[in-house]
Design a protein around this ligand. Structure first.
Ligand SMILES: C[S@@+](CC[C@H](N)C(=O)[O-])C[C@H]1O[C@@H](n2cnc3c(N)ncnc32)[C@H](O)[C@@H]1O
Length: 246
């Protein structure tokens, strides 16, 4: 098992090629729709990765990307973004210093309660949070997702359901102002899929069998299609705009 930091350090130079979803227009447009009207000076992207989303948000005067992986920060090709190497469970910022925090497809590597308590601490009164997260289909059990996550060899990685996130937001003292979701089909040749999902050579057969033997009900929810050349299934991205509850 690799720690999150080790995994992303080793993946950084191939991240943009392998995780091409980061640049999908449909995802960008839904984020822009949610946050376009927000005014403020300071935006922080928690788990910024290679900063595709933050690079589009030029109206904020100060843009900061925080990431646990130094190599991911090195891949950011934008000198106007401040880069901070830190764990988002312990954000090295002063209290009430940020107008908006965004966090896209990161919470499943973290202790989300700690992340939200940090977000609460660093946000200015009236500040916003934008979360984008792949969430599980409700009719597929958590155990199936967790088995799949375990095969991919990154410590602690797991799947959240939308209901988990809504509970987290409410318990952390945030109101949901807006929410949305979109399903996108990921289609991959098997070799690309194994590389993208960090499946080692030894685990390839296990993974193929895992998907071939998925219960028909799960396959239906995922729109799973498998043949000798490729595998495709859909991912549900959930979008939220939050604000600290009064
Ligand atoms: C799937 S990538 C998403 C990157 C980016 N948000 C995007 O939308 O393209 C997850 C990122 O979160 C970072 N990350 C994971 N856990 C973290 C933590 N506890 N603290 C800071 N960064 C973390 C990883 O290093 C990686 O860059």
């Amino acid at each position: 098992m690799l720690s999150t930091e080790e995994f992303f350090n080793s993946r950084a130079i191939k991240y943009n090629r392998l995780s091409n979803w980061t640049k999908f227009k449909e995802l960008l447009n839904l984020s822009l729709e949610m946050i376009n009207n927000i005014k403020g000076k300071v935006i922080v992207d928690l788990g910024v990765g290679t900063a595709f989303l933050l690079q589009q948000l030029k109206t904020f005067k100060i843009r900061i990307g925080v990431d646990i992986s130094l190599n991911m920060l090195i891949e950011i090709n934008d000198d106007n973004i401040y880069k901070v190497k830190a764990n988002i469970c312990e954000i090295p910022f002063l209290p009430v210093s940020i107008d908006i925090a965004i966090c896209r497809q990161v919470l499943h590597y973290t202790d989300p309660k700690r992340v939200f308590s940090e977000i609460r601490r660093i946000l200015r009164p009236g500040g916003y949070v934008h979360i984008v997260q792949i969430t599980g289909y409700e009719n597929i059990p958590r155990t199936w997702y967790n088995t799949w996550a375990k095969i991919r060899g990154v410590e602690g990685r797991r799947m959240f359901f939308k209901s988990d996130l809504l509970r987290l937001f409410s318990k952390s003292g945030f109101d949901v102002l807006k929410e949305n979701e979109i399903e996108l089909l990921f289609v991959n040749k098997w070799d690309e899929f194994y590389e993208r999902e960090n499946v080692t050579y030894e685990k390839r057969l296990e993974v193929k069998n895992f998907f071939m033997n998925a219960e028909p009900l799960f396959g239906k929810a995922l729109k799973l299609k498998i043949n000798n050349d490729s595998i495709s299934f859909s991912h549900k991205f959930s979008f939220f705009l939050l604000r600290i509850s009064n």
